[in-house]
Design a protein around this ligand. Structure first.
Ligand code: AMP
Ligand code: ZN
Length: 463
């Protein structure tokens, strides 16, 4: 498989550190508000890489973090060490504690994760559950001479790092990393590029989230969690690290600097994979612009989330993708078409033995994946199978369901759902199936009643 690495800026054959095994990390959500369909594009990219590697036979150790402390608002303006903690800010606004905010939006994220049919990583790691690991890592960086203390915290010393023969900021797509985009210069910092490893709690304010440390009471800087948690679960070096394109400017260069300063193991990550942004009507997606849609917005407009997933698959991950309702409608029509074709072929089956995967098409499909995850091409192969009149129903169904192990469009499930059900009913049935899988019997019964009373749909469960 060939993958583009945004650090070396080239496409290379993928070779994992350990043969047959992959250590992969995705930077997850900051849980202070609802996850948007832009964020979901990036998490779906992580899922597609994960599914592709499993399809190709690798054994994956996949970790994703949940940022529930330390991500400051200044990050929007190019300086992640200034401004308010996003969670503490949301807590004040919603009159809750930062802990409540974290719990509420983490739950929302996990629900969305399931609805988008993303395979759960082996570990979801929360920053607040790894404070000791982060403190220990900062200690290590300090002992090696790459950290110093100023009034508001402990900072990473980029100059000392460079004097020791390292390069700082190579991954960044900013010409002068951090400079120029700064709101305020912290005069105490030795170099404007230096960044916080540990921040002290403000003297005049009580934070909801704070911890004792060897330097004083406070909380971790935003970047340190990813270095500490990836090291804990995946070791000093990673094969693949995933995130949205914005993280390439400072967050990821800072992760590299911290990790390599502490361990000396280089490179920290072999393949940096950055997903390009989802735009809306050709522009930025923003809460203030009213176009930062969530999965609930998509469902409320009557769309199936697998249509959203299909829409993502239509664009290459390194190119920005523009969301419009018309484009989603087109994706939904294509999705419905493949589902109804599958239903037709299933009716024609002479046997239930779905092992007749067409190898020529499987090779073509795999070639598309191997070409730096060319999902639009992979989808094109699916349509070739659908349209190939020389294939029998068994082969079509087997081959397409095999592809769906990567595409993740829930095709098998969709075939068995009666066609006449509205999307609302379908999504209730899906939610009920999940509730049953989670042994949440009361919710399952509740949904059964809603379906019966409001939609006149009676479900019969298999024994
Ligand atoms: P955040 O919750 O802001 O830390 O972002 C979570 C993830 O979503 C990061 O990997 C971001 O790079 C990514 N992200 C944010 N906005 C978009 C967008 N419009 N399109 C794609 N990914 C995004
Ligand atoms: Zn990260």
């Amino acid at each position: 498989m060939k993958l583009y690495d945004s650090l070396t800026r080239d496409i290379r054959d993928f070779k994992p550190i350990e043969e047959g095994k992959v250590r992969m990390y995705t930077c997850g959500p900051t849980v202070y508000s609802f996850v948007t369909i832009g964020n979901w594009r990036t998490y779906t990219l992580g899922d597609l890489i994960n599914r592709t590697l499993v399809y190709l036979g690798y054994d994956i150790n996949y970790v994703m973090n949940i940022t529930d402390v330390g991500h400051l608002t200044g990050d929007n303006l190019g300086d992640a060490d200034t401004g308010e903690d996003r969670l503490e800010k949301a807590a004040k606004k919603e009159r809750k504690t930062a802990w409540d905010i974290a719990e509420f939006y983490t739950e929302d994220f996990l629900t969305g994760f399931n609805k988008m049919n993303l395979i759960k990583p082996k570990v979801f790691s929360k920053a607040t559950e790894h404070i000791d690991e982060q403190i220990n890592l900062v200690k290590e960086i300090e002992e090696k001479g790459f950290a110093y203390k100023i009034a508001d915290g402990i900072y990473f010393d980029t100059q000392a790092y460079e004097v020791a023969g390292n390069k700082y900021g190579e991954l960044s797509n900013l010409d002068q990393i951090k400079e120029g985009a700064r709101v305020e210069i912290n005069e105490e910092k030795k170099d404007p590029r230096d960044f916080a490893l540990w921040k002290f709690s403000p003297i005049d304010e009580q934070r909801d989230m704070e911890w004792e440390s060897p330097w004083g009471k406070g909380f971790p800087g935003w970047h340190i969690e990813c270095s500490a948690m990836s090291m804990k679960y995946l070791g000093d070096q990673l094969d693949i690290h995933v995130g949205g394109e914005d993280l390439r400017s400072t967050h990821h260069p800072n992760e590299i600097a911290q990790s390599e300063a502490a361990t000396g193991a280089k490179p920290f990550t072999n393949y940096w994979m950055h997903g390009a942004f989802l735009t809306v009507n050709g522009g930025r997606m923003g809460k203030s612009l009213g176009n930062a849609y969530t999965v609930t917005d998509i469902e409320n407009e009557g769309y199936n989330l697998m249509a959203l997933r299909y829409f993502y698959l239509g664009g290459h991950y390194r190119k920005q993708l523009n969301f419009t309702w018309e484009a989603l409608e087109a994706a939904q029509n294509a999705y419905k078409k493949i589902v109804s074709s599958l239903r037709g072929w299933v009716k024609e089956l002479n046997s239930n033995e779905l092992f007749r995967i067409n190898t020529d098409y499987k090779i073509k499909f795999t070639e598309a994946l191997n070409d730096d995850l060319n999902m639009p091409q992979a989808l094109a192969v699916l349509w070739e199978v659908a349209k190939d009149q020389s294939l029998d129903a068994e082969t079509k169904v087997s081959t397409i369901l095999d592809f769906d192990r990567v595409l993740g469009l829930k095709l098998e499930e969709s075939i068995s759902q009666p066609e006449e059900y509205s999307l609302e009913v379908q999504s209730l049935i899906e939610e009920r199936n999940q509730a049953r899988a989670d042994k949440n019997w009361s919710r399952a019964d509740e949904i059964r009643d809603i379906l019966k009373n409001d939609f006149d749909v009676e479900l019969k469960d298999k024994a």
